[in-house]
Ligand binder design. Structure first.
Ligand SMILES: N[C@@H](Cc1ccc(O)cc1)C(=O)O
Length: 635
């Protein structure tokens, strides 16, 4: 409906129909009502416009920072596509639309994706209409940027599942960003607009004819072939399909689609500079040849001084101070989805950031005001061993990504796991209260198992908590690697055994005067596991509680319950029920078979060495596959 000028057509059965939204209005009073609503709406537009102008004046007079300056001071701008000052002016003058896209190549975003989405979030809470775009169609081609080989194809089912999961996640994320911002004092204004779209929506309808006529005819092949990603693939890589070569054009078309309703700005990760630049050129080319659009557009732009050319910027790649890619290594990403990386693990991950990095992350990954970050850093350096800044970062990020309740729970669990003087009584109380909250919690739908290949076990909520229950039959008489596996501490039983051999597994207990492992009394303490046999560790179980730790960071407080109780709780874990046929687990079988062969041959091949190297790295890093700062004190 055009709210500026409602127009009416009088028809036979109902007296009035709005010609644009087709609303039937049965009486004059209904018509008046709608007119009133329209008046209110118009007033809101006027107020918002006046506020915008005031803000522009404040910026011009140096009383306030521009949007671009705010993003820059937080380290969220890497390269501007177009002219920086022009972009700044556009953002000051108009509430332009902005979008950022992501291809669902996995079922979840990882923390690296959060940087462009933070920039988008900032713009959203400053009144720019923001679109979170899911590349349902683009992911079926695969962005060839910076790749020497084509992306491995995905099964249709897998792609569909990834798409569905990530679409839901983007919707949740856009809401969480808003909620988080609200708690930081940004109250929702009428003019805030956000949307989550899937480019499948329009690609299902675009015809080759339109695509070629509108975009194909204004695109030159020379610059396309001149891009590094293309040249490298052709000279050093495995060649390139026509579909991949066209990827930037497909992305450009998305922009053109959104541009027509006001999305002038695109944000992307550091690697997206080329795609955004190509997109901006393409959209300009289309506009230049489309007189009908130009006329409409000129009318909209009347009274504005700045350019309406498409522009954008990239955000920096998130790295540690030692240059590692943040949160991603050896196929082991830190996911945003809490089924894949629990709130506790996410909290622990950030807690381990190095002192040199933490301020940068606070600026990039939270909405904390700059002044507050400065104050936190000052407090932090009074006694860096307390990790004040890391705790703050971890809390803020979990709050942003998973919500406030989860952030509080993760902080409490951390206290429980790392308190030096934790009593068994406290562990039990914490376990009780978590059982209560878990049963009230509605669980998220299970993710597609395909994502699980390199990540923590899926669809097993219990394994993602530090306090878990396990059924008696999965613990009693079982070798410890199997318990480690059921508890979600290792990905397979053979990994569990390897870690025990490497002296990386600990169990709650203490050492008696004659050097024997004996149960804990009232404080939690650990001894290294020397033997996998049930007979060795059974005496360490205190009132059905067994405490296990892998490496320095991964801990589980496990309450053993009867199989019936476990069944009734509706929980599941590796080795339970449909996964009882553990011998049929192909991963476990492959691991075990591999080990057996190596033993027989009496030598290790490169794969086993690599596995061992990874185990050790994993032990050092707490299972995240990234060694950030292993110096975390038990605070
Ligand atoms: N190419 C982007 C994702 C994307 C897809 C479609 C778009 O319109 C925009 C961005 C990436 O790989 O990160």
């Amino acid at each position: 409906m055009s709210l500026n000028r409602p127009t009416w057509r009088i028809v036979k059965r109902a007296p009035f129909i709005c010609t644009e939204c087709q609303t039937w209005l049965r009486s004059t009073s209904q018509k008046q009502q709608l007119r009133q609503i329209t008046q209110v709406h118009l007033r809101k537009i006027k107020t918002a416009e006046a506020e915008w102008k005031d803000r522009a004046k404040d910026i011009a007079d140096g009383r306030a920072k521009s949007m671009l300056e705010k993003l820059e001071e937080r380290g969220l701008v890497n390269q501007v596509v177009g002219n920086r000052d022009e972009l700044e002016k556009v953002l000051v003058e108009r509430r332009v639309g902005v979008y950022c896209g992501v291809d669902p190549t996995a079922a979840s975003l990882h923390i690296g994706h959060m940087v462009p989405f933070m920039a988008l979030g900032w713009m959203y809470i400053h009144g720019y209409a923001s679109t979170f775009l899911l590349g349902g169609f683009t992911s079926s081609i695969g962005d060839p940027t910076d790749r020497l080989t084509a992306r491995p194809g995905q099964q249709r089912d897998e792609r569909r599942n990834n798409m569905m999961n990530m679409f839901e996640q983007l919707k949740r994320l856009s809401v969480r960003i808003e909620k988080y911002a609200e708690r930081r004092g940004y109250s929702r204004e009428w003019a805030w607009r956000r949307g989550v779209l899937n480019n499948n929506e329009w690609w299902a309808k675009v015809t080759v004819k339109d695509f070629m006529k509108i975009l194909g005819s204004v695109t030159r092949v020379g610059p396309m072939l001149g891009r590094d990603s293309v040249k490298n693939r052709l000279t050093k890589g495995d060649g390139m399909s026509f579909a991949e070569l066209s990827y930037p054009l497909i992305q450009a078309w998305d922009w053109w689609h959104l541009y027509q309703t006001g999305t002038q700005i695109q944000i992307g990760g550091a690697d997206q500079f080329g795609n955004i630049l190509a997109g901006a050129e393409a959209v300009k080319g289309i506009v230049a040849t489309n007189t009908a659009f130009q006329m409409k557009h000129e009318a909209d732009m009347q009274g504005f001084q700045t350019t309406s050319d498409p522009m954008g910027f990239t955000v920096p790649l998130l790295t540690t101070s030692s240059g590692e890619k943040f949160g991603k290594s050896a196929g082991n990403a830190i996911w945003i989805d809490k089924q894949l990386t629990s709130s506790f693990d996410l909290y622990q991950f950030f807690l381990r950031s190095a002192d040199e990095d933490v301020e940068r992350y606070l600026k990039m990954l939270t909405f904390m005001p700059m002044g507050e970050i400065k104050a936190v850093m000052e407090e932090h350096f009074q006694d860096a061993s307390k990790r004040t800044a890391q705790h703050r970062l971890a809390f803020e990020f979990v709050e942003l990504a998973h919500g406030l309740a989860d952030a509080e729970a993760a902080r409490d669990q951390h206290k429980q796991a790392f308190s030096k003087t934790l009593s068994l009584q406290e562990v039990r109380e914490q376990m009780q209260s978590e059982v209560r909250t878990l049963s009230q919690d509605r669980r998220p739908p299970a993710l597609h198992p395909s994502i699980n290949k390199h990540a923590a076990p899926l669809d097993m909520d219990s394994t993602h908590n530090i306090n878990i229950k396990l059924p008696r039959s999965l613990v009693e008489q079982q070798p410890l690697p199997r318990v480690l596996w059921s508890a979600g501490l290792v990905a397979s039983r053979s990994e569990g055994q390897r870690l025990i051999n490497n002296k990386g597994v600990y169990i709650g207990g203490r050492i008696s005067q004659d050097g024997q492992p004996i149960p804990m009394t009232d404080q939690v303490s650990y001894v290294a596991v020397k033997d996998s046999k049930w007979s060795w560790y059974a005496p360490l179980i205190v009132d059905g509680l067994i405490v296990l730790r892998v490496g320095k960071w991964k801990k589980k407080f496990i309450q053993i319950v009867s199989d019936e109780e476990y069944e009734a709780s509706g929980e599941t874990c590796p080795g339970w029920k449909d996964e009882t046929e553990t011998a049929a687990d192909p991963q476990v079988m492959a691991d075990l078979a591999g080990e057996e062969t190596h033993r027989k041959l009496g030598k290790q091949n490169a794969a086993t060495k690599e596995q061992r190297r990874r185990d050790q790295a994993s032990l050092r890093s707490g299972g995240f596959g990234v060694v950030l700062d292993a110096q975390l004190r038990k605070d």
